[in-house]
Design a binder for this molecule. Structure first.
Ligand code: HEM
Length: 530
């Protein structure tokens, strides 16, 4: 278990630093030399220039000049806390993951965020929320890099940079979509597979009331592998014990920019520790094939959900946040979550968006934090064995594995743990229909959005939805974009389209059947219009 010894003196230094107070300190330069006072600039005479020998001043200012690191390219505004996870209902029949065994308790660190805004942007923006959890298990860190919605805007990862650029500032007028929504709706009206996520975003769940009152969803299908090498597909959910709540568009103007940060911080300071249940939906490969055959739901398609009635949630454990961070930069800004940080018993699937994310995050971390980011205390695994590998050197290599050989040596060999499962078994997966669906719009893409409109939204929710969409569209500079988007909403429900036409004063296109979608294949197209 985490004992603080493994990292030697460094770990103790870190805790010492983390608990620093101003008492018992001596003011020094960065090289440790005591200095009498910070405001003692060396200068020639009373009005002369400063001296290059004034290392104290240069030390201070040159470090200040380098204080900023790049903000996250997405999810830049966020906050979080530490806590612990414990298994309540062991799941070792399905997964050999150490943390799912009876009696297991592991430390966690969580970061919540908005997606599109910059580091100083408003916590109450209408935007999905990021929900990242680092489970510090005894077999390495498992990072859940999730959102508060079960689906996403796309299923083709090549669209991600395009989509995100439309959520950021316009390259010419430098406005966000709050003031100019043209790019925002241009993208969505060209990529109708986004409509499920758009229904959620523009509905009540689009502005959650802080971070405590929202659920988290892994979104992608994972594989759970047990110790016999048998596996099932899995969808992970984090259910808020506080329930869910939302803020309306009109009311959001009454909240301060750091509302969600304040709400979480104050709750933890008061001892009101927020908690979430960790639950799984599971599916056999045969059931996945049947779902594709019968309902054309592909479990590697991030724009679709698994029906909960047929694939009910099974709880495995719960986590609570009970410790505020001591230093925001060290513990939140530098924390690095990566979907590729998996542990034995949890495997990725062929979901194309997940596959791309496995590459994208560590690539971003090496750029944003540096090549040795895993050595920073907040990212370092806390495993009960001494880690060994052949990664060496690079900028800021604090822990460089001593005199141990930096190649696979026969003179002093390192130790291996045997693989417990048959790789051939684990790497098989279902592939039915997975080749063409990425770029094709199909009638099934509108089933879940229609259920939201017809069965989930009550009258009030419908009114707010229409208000949110039409209000946001009021800054869209091209009417044809609105016509396109209304046609997409018409596939969801003619009632919804009619209400939007009334609210925007724009008559939408009749059907998407004759529309083309910027490289996205229209599965509705009539033969002659293809
Ligand atoms: C952050 C890429 C889709 C959830 C990030 C970051 C990148 C990225 C580069 C910044 C990482 C950092 O600097 O630490 C991508 C790509 C995607 C994708 C290329 C699709 C192709 C998704 C999806 C989800 C998601 C589908 C949720 C299910 C998050 C979260 C963060 C994040 C929660 C913030 C992590 C933190 O708190 O540090 N993403 N992303 N992303 N992404 Fe994605």
């Amino acid at each position: 278990a985490p004992d603080g010894k493994r990292n030697g003196d460094l770990h103790r230094d870190y805790n010492d630093d983390r608990n620093a107070s101003s008492e018992d300190t001596v003011y020094t330069t960065s090289s440790g030399a005591p200095y009498p006072h910070p405001y003692e600039v060396q200068r020639v005479g009373e009005n002369g220039p400063l001296l290059l020998q004034d290392h104290h001043l240069i030390d201070l200012i040159s470090h200040f000049d380098r204080e900023r690191i790049p903000e996250r390219v997405v999810h830049a505004k966020g906050g979080g806390a530490h806590g612990y996870y414990q298994t309540t209902d062991p799941m070792d029949d399905l997964s050999q993951a150490d943390m799912f065994k009876a009696g297991k308790k592991v430390p966690v660190s969580v970061r919540f965020s908005t997606v599109g805004g910059e580091s100083g942007s408003h916590d109450c923006a209408r935007d999905p929320r990021g929900f990242s959890v680092k489970f510090r298990t005894e077999e390495g860190n498992w990072d859940v890099v999730a959102n508060n919605t079960p689906v996403f805007f796309l299923r083709d990862p090549a669209k991600f940079p395009h989509f995100i650029h439309t959520q950021k500032r316009d390259p010419q007028n430098h406005m966000t979509h709050a003031d100019d929504s043209t790019m925002f709706w241009d993208y969505l009206s060209q990529n109708p597979e986004s409509v499920h996520q758009v229904m959620i975003l523009m509905g009540d769940r689009g502005i959650p009331d802080g971070w405590r009152k929202m659920h988290g969803y892994y979104g992608h299908t994972l594989k759970l592998v047990n110790k016999n090498g048998e596996w099932v597909y899995g969808q992970m959910h984090m259910k808020s014990k506080q329930g869910t709540d939302f803020i309306t568009q009109a009311d959001s103007a009454n909240y301060s920019p750091d509302y969600a940060q304040k709400d979480l911080y104050n709750a933890i300071e008061k001892g009101e520790y927020p908690g979430w249940d960790v639950c799984w939906q599971t599916m056999t490969p045969k059931e996945a094939e049947d779902l594709w055959e019968n309902e054309k739901i592909n479990i590697f398609d991030l724009t679709h959900v698994w029906p909960q009635k047929r694939f009910p949630l099974r709880k495995v454990g719960e986590f609570f946040l009970n410790e505020n961070v001591k230093n925001y930069f060290a513990e939140i800004e530098q924390i690095a979550f990566n979907p590729a940080h998996l542990v034995p018993g949890i495997e990725p699937t062929a979901d194309p968006v997940l596959q791309s994310r496995l590459f994208s995050y560590p690539d971003a971390h090496r750029h944003r934090v540096g090549v040795n980011y895993q050595q920073l205390p907040v990212n370092a695994p806390r495993v009960p064995y001494r880690m060994a590998n052949f990664q060496r050197d690079g900028n800021m290599a604090f822990l460089n594995q001593g005199s141990r050989m930096s190649y696979l040596s026969s003179i002093s060999p390192i130790q291996f743990r045997e693989r417990s499962t048959d790789l051939d078994k684990v790497h098989s997966h279902f592939i039915g229909g997975a080749v063409t669906f990425l770029s094709q719009i199909r009638p099934e893409d509108f089933v879940a959005p229609r259920t939201l409109w017809e069965k989930v939204f009550d009258d009030g929710a419908k009114e707010r939805f229409v208000e949110n969409v039409s209000g946001h569209m009021s800054t869209c500079r091209k009417e044809d974009i609105i016509k396109r988007q209304i046609a997409i909403f018409r596939e969801v429900s003619p009632d919804l389209a009619a209400r939007l036409e009334k609210a925007t004063g724009v008559k939408g296109h009749d059907s998407i059947a004759n529309m083309t979608f910027n490289g996205t294949h229209n599965g509705f197209a009539k033969e002659d219009s293809k």
